[in-house]
Structure formats: C-alpha cells, structure tokens
Design a protein around this ligand. Sequence first.
Ligand SMILES: *Cc1c(COP(=O)(O)O)cnc(C)c1O
Length: 354
Amino acid sequence: MKKHNFSAGPCILPQEVMKKAAEAVIELDGIGLSLIEISHRSKEFVTIMEKARSLALELLGLEGKGYSALFLQGGASMQFLATAYNLLETRAGYLNTGTWSLKAIKEARLFGDVIEVASSQEKNYNFIPKGYKIPDGLDYLHLTSNNTIFGTQIKEFPKSNAPLVCDMSSDIFSRQLDFTQFDLIYAGAQKNMGPAGTTLVVVKEDILGKVTRKIPSMLDYKIHIAKDSMFNTPPVFPVYVSMLTLQWLKDLGGIPAIEEINEKKANLIYSEIDLNPVFSGYAAKEDRSTMNATFNITDDTLKETFDKLCKEAGINGLNGHRSVGGYRASMYNALSLESVGVLVDIMSELERKG
Ligand SMILES: *Cc1c(COP(=O)(O)O)cnc(C)c1O
C-alpha cells in the first residue's frame, strides 16, 4: 500500500513523475540509452536542462525579466555561503526565523558584517517578526520564506531598498507571490521539486559582479550563467526529475492551481487543530505555514494511541523536528487533500476516544 507521506524532506513527489523518472533510468524516451549513461552535452540532456530552467522562470513569472535559473549542487546549505560570496561586500541584513536562517548567518559572517534585523528566537521561533527597521546601506537582505522546522511562513515580505535574497527551499512553487520583488531565490530540490542533489538558484543578473573579492569558479554565479548551468557535469537525475515535476505543475495549471489545493489542505488541518482539544498548534496563527503544520498533543496519555492509529492508516513522517518536538505534518505540493483527510479523521477519532 502506498503510504500517506507527510515527510519534511526529502518528501513526496507526484506519482506520475516517479514512474517517468524510473523509466528514464532504464531508457530515456526510446533512445536506447539510460538518462544516467548519456553525455550531459548530448542534445537530449541539453534539452532537459534548458526545459527545466525555462519552466522554473515561467512558473515564477520571471521570464524575460533579467533573471537566470541555475541548477547547482551542494544543497541550499551551499547557497548559504555562495550568496554571501557573490553579494556581500561590507554589510548584509538577515532575518533570523530559525535553524536555517541561523546557518545562513553563520556562513555570511565569514564574508562581512551581518546585522540580524530581527529575530524570533525568544519564543523558539514560533512566529515571524514584523515591523522591524531595515538599516540603510545593506548589500542585501536575507529571508527564509518558510521555516520548515517551526512551521512558520512569511506572508508579507518587507519593502527593502537592498536586494532581497530568499531561501525558499520549503515553499517554492507552492503559492502565488510577486517574485520580481526578489533578486535572488534559492531552493534545495528535495522539498517541492525533486530528489536531493540539486538546488535551484534564480538570480537577477544585474545584482552580480559588484563585490571586489575573487570568487572560485564553482561558486561564481556569473560563470554558471555563462555556461548555461553546465560549468561541470550537472546532477542529471535530480535535474530531470525536477523538470518533470515542473512540467506536472504547469499541466495542473501552475502556481495558482496548486495554491488553491495547498490552502484547502492547510485549512483542513489547522481547523482540526483549533477545534480539537486534544491538539494545539505550535506556530502563531497569522504566521502558520501552508507547507509544514506543527502541533502538539495536549494529553500525553493519548500519544501512544495516536501514533498507533497513524501507523495503521499508513501515515509516514509525522514526527516533529527534535528542536520543537510534537508533530509536523508536511504538506508539499504532491501531497493530496485526501491524505490530509486521513490524518484529520484520525485526529477527530482520538478526540472521541479521549
Ligand atoms: C531543508 C532546508 C535547507 C537545507 O537544505 P540542504 O539542501 O539540505 O542544504 C535550507 N533551508 C530550508 C528552509 C530548508 O527547509
């Protein structure tokens, strides 16, 4: 039986994408060769890379607007330092909304002054700071749009004179935003796009080339752009699967269509959390993530029964991150409303039992 996969990442992908990806490992589109045994310079793979890059820009509404899409390696964690390497000359601002922001801050400190513009640390990151002042003279302002571990999500982005850099690893392609407000977006593939092994970087080209330091080739966005995201052998399988997922999303109606489904899923689980006395939400209501719902069980004696019922129903990946505890239901694009329904039914059954 296929399980209901609430894993935070790597995570669920569309079933039809999995099937096509599995087939391509044996033979790519009837060419008599596997996807993973052909040259990355072959016309077949070059076409795949170009399609992945253009689909990413198209879905974000950034085509023809001076942006370039790259599929790089090293995960979002590599982008923590690559962004600073390429953009931080003297001083950058960072919004500290949790574990991933902190890791980005740590890397950026190697390159210049880092100003924490605001932080939600005092409440173990259960909310998004608002109304903070953004100092003048920043090389850029760095945000984490969705805090995968804590279940918070920025709903309104700050107006800033400095370029906006955003880690969208866990909510890219999940909701409509004016993506032109960002100058650089990065996202590890494994939360909403594909298998681990590639990271999407969407960068506005005119912000590059302004730092005085020398940049190693593998970390230099300008070099990756000049080489059409093929400076070295790209991670062919993750790029291919990402391309398939982006095509799946486009066929579905793009971000507006998936956003509608994602909101239904989020409303379903959060209304259960709010109405059911056995559960309590972790994140502040106005900052709740549509991707990762964090919650606790109020009566510990019911925990064993809840876990057992979840297991019997084939629910996977519901444990909260160790720094928060409790539960976390990750509801990425490919997770169906039906799967959330199965979980919510168990939650209400537990209330009847309790
Ligand atoms: C998972 C995650 C990361 C880390 O991604 P890696 O690809 O493992 O380096 C960074 N930021 C956010 C918001 C994440 O959810």
